[in-house]
Ligand binder design. Structure first.
Ligand SMILES: *[C@@H]1O[C@H](CO)[C@@H](O)[C@H](O)[C@H]1NC(C)=O
Ligand SMILES: *[C@@H]1O[C@H](CO)[C@@H](O)[C@H](O)[C@H]1NC(C)=O
Ligand SMILES: *[C@@H]1O[C@H](CO)[C@@H](O)[C@H](O)[C@H]1NC(C)=O
Ligand SMILES: *[C@@H]1O[C@H](CO)[C@@H](O)[C@H](O)[C@H]1NC(C)=O
Ligand SMILES: *[C@@H]1O[C@H](CO)[C@@H](O)[C@H](O)[C@H]1NC(C)=O
Length: 297
């Protein structure tokens, strides 16, 4: 019987959740739960997942429906009706303890209070998330995008101040729903711990006599002033024999190389906070850069 129900749920696309239902109620497994029909009608009839004969033990009384001993077959879409007129709908699920393996990871490009989180969860089909901002106020629910069990969402904290030291962590609350269960997870973090800059931009290479002169700019998303939001740069260049060499530069956006170099790329890091390096810029081919410069003249 349970297997049959599972099959029916999987085969019927009407039962698959594609968005967070406007109204849902979470009950304990084997507990009772009372669903209320929001209507002025005195007498209503109920359906579960469109069926007039629900897979549950029920007591219907006026506008309320009591589900006794909530189990998985008893979960789903409870709708109340006056004849053929739909009055109200409540999604009923059980609370789930399966929070392991969600692996939430968040990243910010800079100290502007915007960041992006992603996580995995094979047990839930829709997620939404809400931020408690640095000033303690509660943000709006943000629906998560999903792709093959991988969820992601972007957040902005308008009260975030890039110049102040973060005293309290941000709190992110995640809610997941499947057709049968509900999941609730909270995580805390400081923006300074999740910053990963974008790659530096506009890397240029010029030959000046025997030397190569390299210049670049900080990532466009990195906040100013430079004196306050410093960056440590890491140049990587490849010699003609294929050997790769790293050079670190702090407090400047140019440097010179003595060696004969085939190509060069650059990344950056906030030297005072989190150790995450930006992704690399694309390799800049030194000869191609020279030719490009000649053609441009
Ligand atoms: C629940 O069922 C009602 C009536 O069939 C339908 O209008 C509504 O879209 C369903 N809600 C969900 C979240 O499936
Ligand atoms: C009940 O329905 C009224 C009218 O549609 C709506 O304004 C109200 O918010 C609803 N209440 C609940 C608890 O859903
Ligand atoms: C969690 O995510 C990180 C980064 O996306 C990945 O490196 C790690 O292997 C993941 N861990 C698990 C248990 O999935
Ligand atoms: C989800 O978790 C938050 C914070 O831990 C809690 O306040 C809230 O009541 C929980 N929601 C449900 C439906 O259990
Ligand atoms: C490549 O050249 C550099 C400098 O000319 C030298 O130090 C290095 O050992 C060479 N590497 C190989 C693999 O030949």
């Amino acid at each position: 019987m349970l297997v049959l129900v599972g099959l029916v749920l999987c085969l019927s696309p009407a039962d698959a959740l594609t968005a967070f239902p406007p109204k849902f109620q979470v009950g304990k497994l084997n507990g009772d739960i009372v669903v209320k029909c929001n209507t002025s009608e005195q007498q209503v009839t109920w359906t579960q997942n469109g069926e007039p004969e629900p897979m549950a033990e029920l007591i219907a009384e006026g506008q309320t429906l009591t589900i006794l001993g909530l189990d998985l077959p008893a979960t789903g879409n409870y709708s109340c009706w006056a004849g053929t007129v739909l009055l109200d709908t409540t999604y009923v699920v059980v609370s789930s303890a399966r929070k392991e393996g969600m692996n939430v990871s968040c990243q910010a490009e800079s100290y502007r209070g915007s960041f992006h989180c992603s996580w995995t969860c094979p047990h839930s089909t829709v997620f939404r998330a809400r931020l408690t901002r640095s000033d303690g106020s509660l943000g709006e629910w943000v629906p998560a995008a999903s792709h093959r069990g991988q969820f992601s969402a972007s957040f902005t904290d308008p009260s975030f101040c890039p110049f102040a030291e973060e005293l309290r962590p941000l709190q992110l609350q995640l809610e997941g729903l499947s057709t049968t269960s509900y999941l609730n997870v909270s995580i805390h973090f400081f923006v300074r711990d999740i910053v990963r800059p974008n790659p530096p931009q506009e890397l240029t290479v010029q030959r000046r006599g025997e030397q190569l002169h390299l210049a670049w700019a900080p990532p466009a998303s990195w906040p100013l002033p430079k004196s306050y939001f410093a960056l440590l740069y890491r140049l990587q260049y490849e010699l003609l024999n294929g050997t790769q060499v790293d050079k670190y530069v702090e407090g400047a956006e140019e440097t010179r190389l003595q060696e004969r170099v085939r190509r060069v790329r650059i990344s950056c890091q906030d030297p005072y906070a989190n150790p995450a390096w930006s992704p690399w810029s694309v390799w800049q081919d030194v000869d191609a850069a020279q030719q490009h410069r000649l053609r441009a003249r």
